[in-house]
Design a protein around this ligand. Sequence first.
Ligand code: NDP
Ligand code: 8X3
Length: 253
Amino acid sequence: MSNIAFITGATSGIGKETAKTLALHGYRVIINGRRENLLNELSEEIITLTKTKPYKLVFDVRDREAVYSAINSLPDEWKDISLLINNAGLAAGFEPLHEGSFEDWDQMIDTNIKGILNVTKAVVNSMLEKRSGHIINVSSIAGKEAYPNGNVYCASKAAVESLTRAMRLDFLKYNIKVGSIAPGMVNTEFSTIRFHGDKERADNVYRGIDPLLAEDIAEAILFMATRPPHMNIDDMLITASAQGFSREVFRKL
Ligand code: NDP
Ligand code: 8X3
């Protein structure tokens, strides 16, 4: 097996920490995101940490042509991807369904569902040919149970859970492992983006608790990725200790 890992949404949060963690553990990493300046910064950080240079692919996972053109442009020495982390994703908006915005809905559905489909279809061919590979989809606790105002985001992550199971079945005979990880509350840019830049409202989400950190999820992804060939982790649900389930949080105020 090669040691090339491809991480989507690596400019921030879980994807960024996963790229660093995998690189520190000997993977050669391909990093993706739309914000080129942040990919450049991460690249420098990884070079300092590991003395190895990541490969940067700037594209929007919603843009099918851009996805294919980026993957096809990989030089031969970067083509043999053995680990795909489908992490790029977001929540946009937090309103009851009847107040939701079409734009937010499209962005979540196109990124969280179609983005995974686009990238997986573009990357999996070489895994199918080699009859080996591993795909880890970043789902969410929101995919396990809907919560008030979560509507389309929860549905998009429930789709990630379902697609993960479907991929596992379709790729089974090709010896490609497929699993998903479902984090609870992780303190990243996630809530700021969900609330369209309202940082104060975002900070409030984590008020009075110790939320998960992106590093916690990165370590769990590393664990999933480094199990021996006979073992696959299908699903891993991780919450902060103060989070009983989606909206059940004990805050020390
Ligand atoms: P961040 O907002 O910190 O990071 C999101 C990443 O996704 C960024 O690197 C962003 O890069 C990338 N991204 C978003 N849209 C696109 C796109 N269209 N094309 C390419 N990249 C994109 O949030 P998190 O790290 O928290 O989120 C990572 C994943 O974890 C998401 O799938 C999220 O749903 C999931 N998750 C998060 C939880 C949390 O509480 N934080 C809990 C459970 C799951 P850029 O903007 O540069 O394109
Ligand atoms: C992000 C976690 O609980 O805000 O997926 O939906 S939550």
